[in-house]
Write a protein of this length. Structure first.
Lengths: 138, 384
């Protein structure tokens, strides 16, 4: 019987010092995982963020995630989703200026547009919104 | 060309009035010029929707049996000021709940307006005429006698934009300001903004009828910190905060869409208010002011990392640049965010236009003009 193969989308957040760590290499070499980088946001002196998809044997994938966490990389599951409550939102756009991945923008009608594909689930909008119109849901 | 308020009101009655929103007036003048636009258009409607901390509501709860003089007053655990006669109280927008720091006076106002039951707890000392000493009950907006919104400072005529040069994130009433000029937040609704469209208060004065939270309200007085002496630029506009308005209206007749509680992380509670003011096109000079756009209206960007009442100015900027999503600071593109809703500002101006056309709103002549040369004084801390 062959081992169960699974796929998982993850968001990795790490401090600038960790930018040197070749963790994608280790995920492939040591844990036999297929690593697909969907989005990367790395700039000097700022927290880095990677959206990746891992594919491999269930037990190896779990060990791979533990390896990342042991190296002080925060791992968030992308099963989570940002929810934008349009009834609570007043379209002010206070979230727009802090949304580094440009998932929140004002459209030509001055209304807030949430571009789900751009969201890296950092959660700053949840904190900043004066109307509490965002929630991260599991 | 000169046009009076009476003439405009007669035109409203005869279904002949021509009303444009601020943006429509801007577009028309671009196309046809000030002179032609002034002869065609009677009224231009403006609007704003944003956090206005200096707001609140006078409530009269009605008398209990036996009667009571309510002194400490709490509404959903938010303290209100009870030292006004027996059953009058003032609930300030920024008052904070003792149980939930994200909930405050502004949210109680929103809950009342939504028809929700609100818990009223009060205590008094007990006197011969007011023997009852405490009460714990539920009230609704319908059931109490009056709910008079009186906001001492609303409708700021322009406001400074905010940024942060320090290494740490700041939480302010202008939102979260990210370190090292991480963002710039601004509050004014640019070309929609009422007080920027009549910058010399030629038609806005004491007694002016306005759109106030979805209902009709009035300018009661100049607002607190009314800084009308602020120097004007070549367009007669102040670059930064200047005049303010004190507004009054009936909370009971308002629409919850335009009256919303807000919580700013790390700062506290505020009330988001929707306000619209019609500007009569009394002459061509007025039309010229009304035609100014986001590219003509400027403000300053100030550095909130300096915790002083006079914060350093980083640069001047116009609302077109702020609205583009980025402003340039020291050669870098900095993302911008707005604390006010331009979508709702536009909606309010459009709604006010409809109310005028449908004869539901007549224009009014100010009873008295607003003071012209007022300055804002600081408070010095003295030992004796």
């Amino acid at each position: 019987m062959s081992a169960q193969i699974i796929k998982k989308k993850l968001i990795l957040s790490f401090s600038p010092e960790l930018a040197e760590l070749p963790f994608t290499y280790h995920l492939v070499k040591d844990f036999d995982l297929i690593v697909n980088i969907i989005r990367a946001q790395i700039s000097p002196e700022k927290e880095g963020r990677l959206m990746i998809e891992l594919e491999g044997e269930k037990s190896k994938l779990e060990r791979g995630v533990s390896y990342l966490q042991n190296n002080k990389i925060r791992v968030d599951s992308l099963e989570k989703e940002l929810f934008h409550d349009k009834d609570l939102c007043v379209n002010c756009g206070l979230c727009v200026g802090v949304c580094a991945s440009r998932a929140l923008v004002l459209d030509e009608n001055d209304e807030l547009k949430f571009i789900k594909e751009n969201c890296v689930m950092c959660g700053i909008c949840v904190k900043v919104c004066p109307r509490r119109a965002f929630e991260i849901e599991l | 060309m000169v046009r009076t308020i009476d003439e405009i009101n007669e035109k409203i009655e005869r279904d002949e009035v021509v009303v444009l929103t601020a943006k429509e007036a801007y577009d028309l003048v671009k196309e046809e010029g000030v002179k032609k636009a002034a002869s065609k258009v009677d009224v231009v409607t403006t609007g704003t929707f944003g956090a206005m901390c200096s707001s609140g509501v006078f409530l009269n709860f009605g008398h209990t049996e036996p009667p009571m003089k309510m002194e400490t007053v709490m509404l959903n655990s938010v303290p209100a000021y009870g030292y006004i006669a027996a059953v009058d109280a003032y609930l300030g927008a920024t008052a904070r709940s003792s149980e939930n720091f994200e909930y405050g006076g502004a949210h109680v106002i929103e809950d009342l307006l939504s028809g929700k039951r609100v818990r009223l707890e009060a205590t008094g000392t007990g006197t011969d005429c007011y023997p009852k000493k405490d009460i714990d009950t539920k009230i609704t907006l319908d059931q109490i006698n009056e709910a008079i919104m009186f906001n001492p400072r609303n409708c700021y005529q322009n406001y400074a934009a905010a940024t942060n040069s320090s290494d740490t994130r700041l939480y302010t009433y202008m939102g979260a300001l990210l370190p090292k000029y991480g963002n710039v937040n601004y509050a004014t609704c640019g070309l929609w903004s009422p007080m920027l469209k009549d910058p010399e208060y030629r038609t806005i004065g004491i007694g002016t009828r306005i759109f106030f939270g979805g209902s009709i309200g009035y300018v009661a007085w100049n607002g607190t910190q009314h800084n009308s002496a602020k120097p004007r630029d070549e367009n007669n506009l102040p670059i930064g905060p200047a005049g303010t308005l004190a507004l009054i209206g009936d909370l009971k007749s308002m629409n919850k869409r335009y009256v919303r509680g807000a919580y700013f992380e790390g700062y506290g509670i505020s009330l988001m208010m929707g306000i619209g003011i019609p500007i009569p096109v009394i002459d061509e000079d007025m039309m010229h002011q009304l035609s100014l756009g986001n590219e003509d209206i400027k403000t300053v960007v100030v550095d909130y990392s300096v915790a002083s009442r006079s914060r350093p100015i980083v640069r001047e900027v116009n609302y077109q640049e702020l609205r583009s999503g980025f402003v340039e600071i020291h050669g870098k593109k900095i993302p911008t965010g707005s604390t006010s809703s331009w979508a709702l500002a536009k909606e309010i101006a459009t709604k006010l236009k409809e109310m005028i056309v449908e004869k539901k709103f007549l224009l009014s002549e100010p009873v008295e003009p607003l003071p012209k040369n007022k300055i804002v004084k600081p408070l010095e801390v003295r030992r004796r």
